[in-house]
Design a protein around this ligand. Structure first.
Ligand code: ADP
Ligand code: MG
Length: 267
């Protein structure tokens, strides 16, 4: 959280808009994320969370707006190894006959020199990532033999192996049982304590709630709320008022917010 004043934001999006097949999906998005922040990107299904993450990682072009990553305008940004992205589940586990270790090793590729085998430093990063998510003992097993929650942890380890400074995780807890959610929360806490910047897309925070510095709530392709994590009653009010509270110095909260399924009930 102790960002020097002269350090540029990790993410700076001004007046961002995305259209898909001519249909406006995101409009007027202002989002600044500073180094070390742990931001929860919330909102109902279809509100635009995944589209925003894709726009921020360059997977979906902006129709308009200005985006900078680590202080560099998106057009000239090349330092992709600083960014980790954990996609929604389905990728690693869907019939790919690869071992857990291979999947995690694939997250290290951006660090390798061209046509060079993995070095000792690479192997250490891969093994440590497996350790952090508690899957060292499954390294040689095929990913398809793992449970859904464990497969999700493999994807997180893959992102970890690249040692990125900025992590995007899109609904990593969806369909994951509570014990596995707790392992994910512990993993993210480790990253956060190490100083990583985390943008977590989540419908429900569950065990992640105590880790969150700031909540950004999407509704209908816009930011409906941006500020400290909220109790559910406040979220409902924020929605009714269309309140858009900017809050640039988030504090850590000792108590878990109760942002609940009220988010689903937004009109
Ligand atoms: P969320 O992640 O919050 O559930 P999305 O960003 O996936 O929301 O979707 C936001 C809106 O954009 C939805 O109305 C969805 O139907 C639309 N959308 C997202 N991706 C596509 C796509 N590839 N083609 C057409 N429409 C899309
Ligand atoms: Mg989504």
């Amino acid at each position: 959280m102790s960002t020097p004043a002269n350090e540029p934001p990790v993410i700076e999006l001004g007046n961002g808009a995305v259209a898909i097949a001519g249909r406006p999906i995101l409009r007027g998005i202002d989002l600044t994320v500073r180094s070390g922040e742990f931001v929860a990107l919330m909102g109902a299904n279809g509100s635009g969370k995944s589209t925003l993450v894709r726009a921020l990682t360059g997977l979906r072009p902006l129709a308009s707006g200005s985006l900078s990553l680590f202080g560099t305008p998106f057009e000239s940004f090349r330092d992709w190894r600083r960014i980790g992205f954990v996609p929604q589940r389905g990728g690693a586990g869907s019939g790919v006959p690869a071992s857990v270790w291979e999947i995690v090793a694939s997250g290290r590729l951006t660090h390798r020199r061209l046509l060079r085998p993995l070095g000792r430093r690479d192997r250490a990063a891969i093994n440590e990532a497996l350790e952090v998510v508690g899957l060292s003992h499954r390294a040689n097993d095929g990913v398809t033999t793992l449970s859904g929650g464990q497969q999700q942890r493999v994807l997180i380890a893959r992102a970890l192996a690249g040692e990125p400074e900025l992590f995007f995780l899109d609904e990593p807890t969806a369909g994951v049982d509570l014990p596995n959610q707790q392992v994910l929360a512990d993993t993210l806490e480790t990253l956060s304590v190490r100083g990583s910047t985390i943008v977590l897309v989540a419908h429900e925070l569950g065990p992640m709630a105590p880790l969150i510095d700031r909540a950004v709530v999407m509704r209908d392709g816009r930011v409906a709320y941006d500020g400290p994590p909220l109790a559910s009653a406040d979220v409902a009010t924020a929605h009714l008022d269309g309140h858009h509270h900017h809050h640039h110095e988030p504090e850590r909260h000792d108590h878990a917010p109760h942002v609940s399924s009220l988010l689903d009930g937004a009109p």
